[in-house]
Design a protein around this ligand. Sequence first.
Ligand SMILES: Cc1cc2nc3c(=O)[nH]c(=O)nc-3n(C[C@H](O)[C@H](O)[C@H](O)COP(=O)(O)O)c2cc1C
Length: 212
Amino acid sequence: MPSGRSEPAADQADGQTAIELSALDAAAAWRRIADSLAAAAASARHPFHLLSVATVDAAGAAEARTVVLRGFDEANREVWFHTDVRSGKAAAIRRDARVGLHWYAPEVKLQIRIPATASLHQADDIALHAWMASPPMSRACYTAAHAPGEPLTSFPAAPSAPAAGDDTGLANLCVVRCRFESVELLALHAAGHERVRIDVASNPVTWTILAP
Ligand SMILES: Cc1cc2nc3c(=O)[nH]c(=O)nc-3n(C[C@H](O)[C@H](O)[C@H](O)COP(=O)(O)O)c2cc1C
C-alpha cells in the first residue's frame, strides 16, 4: 500500500481535498462522501466521476469494468450509471443483482467501496428521463447495430449521433440504479492509513473503524 503525503496542491482535485477520517465522526464523513458523489455525478473533471462496477458472471467469476457516475440520490442511498440492455453487465445483473462499486482517486488518496443491489430500468420513465437528458453523442452508443461484446470480423466505425427526435436507441438504454446500506472508506496517510465502514442506513449513521 502506498504511503506518504503529497504536496498540498496535489491533494486537491476539482475542489476536493484529502480526507482525515480521524478528525471527523461518522455523520461528517458521510456528509463529505455524499457531497463528493453528488459533485462527481455532475462534473466529468471530478476524481470520482468514473467508477468500477464488479458483477458476478454465469460461472460465478467476478467481472469489473469502468462506468460513468450519472447520478446520486442521498435520501434513497442510490448511485446510478447508464449501460446497454444488451451488455454483459446487464445480463449479469439480471441473474444476480449484487454489485461491487469501487472508486480510487489518487489526487485525494481515497478509496471508496460500496456493496450494492442493482436494479435495471429500461423502457420505463427512468430510462426515458435519462434518454431525454443525454446529448446526441451519448445517445449514439445505443444505436450500435451490434451488442456490446459481440465478436466482429473488423473494428466498427463509431455510430453516428442520431438526429433530434430519432429515439430508436432508447430501447437499448438501461439505467442501473445501485442501492446500498454501507460505504467503506480507505484514506491513505503517512501517519497511518484510516479505514472505516459507515452504516449509512442507520439513523444517525454510525461507523466501524477497521484495520487498514
Ligand atoms: C472511461 C470509460 C467510461 C465508460 N463508461 C461506461 C458507461 O457509463 N456505461 C457502460 O456501459 N460502459 C462504459 N464503459 C465501457 C465499459 O467499461 C465496458 O467496456 C463495456 O460497457 C462492456 O462491459 P460489459 O461487457 O462487462 O457489460 C466505459 C469505459 C471507459 C474506459
